[in-house]
Ligand binder design. Structure first.
Ligand code: ADP
Length: 691
């Protein structure tokens, strides 16, 4: 036996397992046994010492890197501590944490494993111009589904169109006074926003802006305008998993609302609901109570609306749909960014992201989407000037009450399932007394500035999240890596109202309750793969003329009706248009421009079909030609078309179609539908003439 001394100090060395049977020759002498016991004890001791000194993190401990969490560090730290996990406020030396909570965008991180709280490209996509483009694309294809986003123009690029539309409206309705709101792209906290009535009032600067129809009849509470901050959590892109928080925030203006007129257009405290603006108003009410004050919980607003005889459940359903459709609108381009950043063959981190949706209720309680925030504020304190020039940070129980459960439950959803299970097993093994003790975790000292704890926020501080997984594993855990439906927490179907302290706030919106209902709206996600496959040079995410030609050639689009010359002209026209619209002026066709090309080609190739059916058919056709058909992926062909196709196949006495036959046969189906529509039209004509 070699000398154990050299190995004694290695805390990580595995202890050799005892074998049950040993033959006589292998029997240890007494001395050897003692030596072995000593070595084992030493290893156990050094391991424990290492854990104590925090040199070595035990395998089951979930680790969270908050080194770049900036102003969110306090709240994330509080949650991590309460969960009994380990925080790395300065990052881990070997850089391998389970979760990374960053305030920077995805591209500023150098994470290669674990889960990071940012999706590549999300910051850009949620800016006003990009959001408008994504919404306009969806409005083009699904006009009835995307009425919740106000009509918007990009300035200065679309100033002429904007002016023309305003003039047309004036001519049609001379008495109608419409107001518009100008917002700088990438602006936040109400900075640089102003209201106008005339396109000539737009102030041309070097910045890009959007100008939007102003919702001049918002729903008012106690005469004040307010908007709602809804937290939506995107857990994974493929498969798409979306969560929404039942609890959110209502932010109130500080001057009673009046319909816009020339005299009051400049009144920011009357028209803009931003907290960062209104907190400077002398009439801003900071309160620990969630039912009054200038910042309230969503549940308190619902209670109020219910007491006024409105149906808050119905409003919440509408808000759920707005959230769902907004993520659907962002998803195609997000997929492009994600796949370009982390291709399947390359290892990379998983992503998740909390989004803050700003929603305004119209006079008749219809939700309108104003903005998507990719980094919603998660602060739970506010600044107060206690003496001239002296600012103190005051703890805000209302913020804590709203934001902490969202973060806590998000962390639990993205934590590695294996570790959560290990932790559960360990806590099951611990004594009953310990479990009872752990129900009151002393978390107070974890907040850097120890805010006063009010009874309201106490409910979360005393909740034992370490025992969370003990209650009902299936209910609370989902495997972020697998993302299968069975692993996902059962969606809660309870609607707003005031939720009880032990109730979860995050629940699955998709697939969950809306699984399969609005899948038609996801048709454009499939174009992401087509775009990437034909892109050529990947680094820029812009398609050049060669890439575009490759797209039409590989997808066999240049046969019947679309010549190579027509393809080139189409590219030049679209490129010119989108280059003009893009403030960054990067050359090449951006993804939204590519989508416009898809719409144009679909219109040419499938003349008999509706806009949506044509686009779906074209995508099918491209996928079949690019050999994507073998993917075990859901197909989003319009349901009518699917039913027709299956009927047709049965008529053709082909056995029940598989996913793949459907794809490769798509031309037959389209021809069939065209014939059928023609026949129908003829029959209708005959009926009319008979009549
Ligand atoms: P920012 O990113 O600067 O906060 P927002 O788009 O959120 O910009 O707009 C700021 C505020 O202006 C909103 O909170 C809302 O009160 C008001 N607002 C924005 N757009 C509209 C609109 N179309 N109609 C009515 N009010 C609006």
């Amino acid at each position: 036996m070699s000398s154990p001394i050299s190995k004694r100090l290695d805390p990580l060395e595995e202890v050799p397992k005892k074998t049950k049977k040993k033959d006589a020759s292998q029997k240890e002498s007494k001395e050897q046994r003692q030596l072995r016991h000593r070595k084992e004890n030493m290893q156990r001791y050094t391991r424990k010492a290492a854990v104590k000194k925090k040199v070595f993190t035990p395998k089951h401990v979930i680790t969270v890197d908050t080194s770049k969490a900036k102003y969110n560090q306090d709240i994330v730290r509080l949650c991590v501590k309460e969960l009994g996990w380990k925080e790395y406020p300065y990052g881990k030396k070997d850089g391998s944490c389970d979760i990374y909570w960053h305030c920077n965008g995805f591209n500023d991180t150098d994470v290669i494993s674990g889960r990071v709280n940012k999706f590549p490209g999300m910051d850009e996509l949620s800016k006003k111009i990009e959001l408008t483009r994504a919404m306009e694309t969806m409005q083009f294809l699904f006009p009835d589904d995307y009425t919740f986003y106000p009509r918007t123009w990009l300035l200065p690029q679309q100033l002429t169109e904007f002016a023309a539309e305003v003039n047309l409206k004036r001519r049609r309705h001379p008495k109608l006074k419409t107001t518009y709101i100008v917002k700088p792209d990438g602006g936040s906290q109400g900075d640089g926003i102003y209201l106008i009535r005339d396109p000539n009032d737009y102030m041309l600067t070097h910045k890009s802006h959007v100008v939007q129809e102003y919702i001049d009849r918002p729903f008012l509470l106690e005469k004040y305008k307010f908007d709602l901050r809804i937290y939506v959590m995107l857990l994974s892109l493929e498969p798409l998993e979306i969560y929404i928080s039942k609890e959110g925030m209502a932010r109130f203006c500080t001057v009673p609302y009046e319909a816009p007129k020339v005299k009051n257009l400049h009144e920011a405290y009357m028209h803009l609901t931003n907290y960062s603006l209104n907190k400077h108003s002398t009439t801003y009410v900071h309160t620990e109570n969630q039912h009054d004050g200038s910042k309230r919980t969503l549940s308190s607003v619902w209670s109020k609306l219910d007491s006024m005889g409105h149906d808050s459940d119905q409003i919440w359903k509408e808000i759920e749909l707005v959230a769902l459709k907004t993520v659907f609108a962002l998803a195609p381009e997000l997929r492009v960014e994600y796949k370009a950043e982390i291709p399947e063959e390359k290892s990379g981190p998983g992503c998740f992201q909390i989004l803050g949706l700003d929603i305004l209720l119209t006079e008749d309680l219809q939700p309108i989407l104003l903005e998507v925030n990719s980094s919603p504020s998660l602060r739970t304190d506010y600044e107060k000037e206690v003496a001239p020039g002296v600012v103190e940070y005051i703890h805000s129980p209302v913020d804590l009450d709203i934001k902490k459960p969202v973060i806590m439950e998000t962390l639990l959803l993205v934590a590695p399932k294996k570790k959560l299970q290990m932790k559960q097993r360990r806590s099951n093994r611990s004594s009953k007394k310990k479990q009872v003790d752990s129900l009151c975790v002393p978390v107070q000292d974890s907040i850097s500035q120890s805010p006063p704890v009010t009874p309201l926020s106490c409910r979360y501080l005393q909740r034992d999240y370490t025992g969370y997984e003990e209650e009902d594993e299936e209910d609370h855990h989902s495997d972020p890596s697998s993302g299968t439906e069975s692993d996902s927490p059962t969606p809660s179907h309870s609607y707003p109202g005031v939720h009880s302290p032990d109730e979860k706030v995050l629940y699955q919106l998709y697939p969950g309750r809306y699984s399969g209902v609005y899948d038609d709206l996801r048709v454009l996600e499939r174009t992401a793969d087509i775009f990437l496959k034909c892109l050529g040079v990947r680094s820029s995410l812009r398609m050049g003329p060669t890439g575009f030609r490759m797209f039409t050639r590989k997808c066999r689009l240049t046969t019947n009706g679309l010549s190579n010359a027509a393809v080139d002209i189409m590219f030049i026209e679209l490129h010119r248009k989108w280059e003009f619209l893009n403030p960054d002026r990067t050359t090449g066709l951006c993804f939204q421009g590519f989508l416009e090309a898809v719409f144009t080609i679909a219109k040419r190739k499938f003349r008999g079909l509706s806009r949506l059916d044509g686009v779906a058919a074209l995508i099918d056709y491209c996928e079949a030609n690019l050999n994507f058909g073998r993917h075990a992926r859901p197909t989003y062909l319009p349901k009518v078309m699917m039913a027709e196709a299956e009927d047709r196949l049965q008529q053709m006495s082909i056995s029940k179609p598989s996913k793949y036959t459907r794809l490769t046969q798509s031309d037959h189906f389209i021809e069939f539908i065209r014939q059928r529509n023609k026949k129908k039209a003829e029959q209708e004509d005959n009926l009319k003439s008979d009549g």
